[in-house]
Design a protein around this ligand. Structure first.
Ligand SMILES: Cc1ncc(COP(=O)(O)O)c(C=O)c1O
Length: 419
């Protein structure tokens, strides 16, 4: 079988494949001691019950049921769902958007595939790339581009904070934009690091993007308006040159595959056209389950009353546990936690790599994600930092966190060759 170059690339050892594989195996096979590797949102009973109520209401209404199961929606998305999203965003943030500013995709993951490939690639002989202004970035962006080498990753500066924390900052001096940049994109808060780019950093990037006439793309999968798992200091940013992506996944509906893109109408029209070609339409089920919750803004209550407190409590508990468990005399550091469902641990100056640590921990029943995959476009062998980090999903039950923290502490000691 001969695959195309692109086929070879996406069928190869992509980081996201390894992640999904490990997750699937770990959840279906022998139960690991600590499942810190997953990207699934936690199952929060109040959230599940809310969706159950919506589903039951739809199931007992033959007209809605028929429409939800038996019709394709338009490639742009379900009309009532889109109108509800527009109203919610205008009520919450006063963005002044219309339905033409919205495109719904089958999950934001496939939305990014379409959006990035609409923008990046060769145009009139010039290779145009997606600038990732702070890398590490979301693992799911890597390998998305049909034309290779179309990411322009920027290494951040690292600000060490106290004994055991750090924060990535935009390396302003490395930022310049020319014809070869097709868009600037980042997740806020960032999966995997828990970083939230500051308002000042976002404004600087927005100004650069506007000046160059390219869109600023902000992936808000964990951010505002829902689930809103981001610290208060990060103000949501939007202007007429910005694309914001939202998702129903991190508010408890990952299997429904609903991504929501908000941006300039011509670009959203192009995204809907791409959606028609690739998917015909996006799945309706999630849009039906959520649309009354969005229209009534009950989804905001779900976020503020249930999802945000859950992650705040888990994050505080897990952070304390990890800080107390890891060997105090070694120079490991966690990224300051400003949002998302993850912690990012850096073993500064360690002798071994994150992939080696991943294998060590896996043998002992602790699943994490090695950091090397979160550096799209960067040859990690040229940057020791990129081989010294792991991502930890902290939203696990107490017993798992406690057992996992102990084994992680052994792993960190082993990383530095002290055991
Ligand atoms: C930052 C970020 N963006 C986008 C996605 C894709 O989410 P979905 O396709 O489920 O909307 C994820 C999923 O983990 C993510 O973490």
């Amino acid at each position: 079988m001969k695959l195309s170059d692109f086929g070879e690339r996406i069928a190869g050892d992509a980081g996201i494949l390894r992640l999904m594989d490990d997750l699937g195996r770990a959840l279906s096979g022998g139960k690991p001691t600590a499942m810190f590797g997953g990207g699934n949102p936690a199952h929060i009973p109040a959230v599940t019950h809310t969706y159950e109520r919506q589903l039951r209401a739809i199931a007992t209404d033959p007209v809605q049921l028929q429409a939800m199961l038996g019709n394709y929606d338009t490639p742009q998305g379900n009309d009532r769902f889109i109108r509800a999203i527009v109203q919610l965003l205008n009520d919450q943030f006063d963005w002044g958007i219309t339905p033409d500013h919205v495109a719904v995709t089958p999950g934001s993951q496939s939305g990014f595939f379409m959006l990035f490939n609409l923008l990046a690639g060769t145009r009139h002989g010039i290779k145009r790339r997606i600038m990732l202004p702070i890398v590490p970035e979301y693992i799911g962006y890597a390998d998305q581009l049909i034309e290779p080498a179309c990411f322009m990753p920027i290494r951040p500066t690292i600000r060490k904070v106290g004994q055991h924390e750090f924060k990535y900052r935009l390396a302003a001096q490395s930022l310049s934009i020319d014809d070869s940049v097709a868009a600037i994109a980042f997740s806020r808060p960032t999966n995997p690091t828990g970083n939230a780019m500051t308002d000042e950093e976002v404004s600087r990037l927005a100004a650069m993007a506007r000046q160059a006439g390219v869109p600023l793309i902000i992936d808000s999968a964990y951010g505002l308006p829902f689930p809103g798992v981001i610290h208060d200091a990060a103000t949501p940013y939007y202007d007429d040159n910005t694309v914001i992506s939202l998702s129903l996944s991190k508010i408890g509906l990952p299997s429904a595959r609903v991504g929501i893109f908000v941006g300039p109408p011509p670009l959203m029209k192009a995204l809907s056209s791409a959606n028609a070609i690739v998917n015909l339409a996006s799945p309706s089920i999630g849009q039906y389950i959520a649309r009354e919750l969005v229209a009534s803004s009950d989804i905001m209550e779900l976020a503020t009353q249930h999802v945000q407190p859950f992650y705040a409590e888990r994050a505080a508990h897990a952070r304390q546990l990890f800080m107390d468990s890891l060997p105090p005399d070694l120079p490991w550091r966690f990224h300051i936690y400003e949002g998302s469902y993850f912690f990012w641990l850096w073993c500064d100056g360690a002798a071994k790599t994150a992939t080696q640590l991943y294998d060590y921990l896996k043998k002992r029943g602790v699943i994490v994600v090695p950091g090397e995959f979160f550096f799209p476009g960067i040859d990690v062998s040229t940057w020791p930092h990129a081989q010294q980090c792991i991502r930890i999903n902290f939203s696990r039950p107490d017993a798992e966190l406690t057992a996992g923290a102990r084994i992680l502490a052994d792993g960190v000691r082993w990383m530095y060759g002290n055991k």
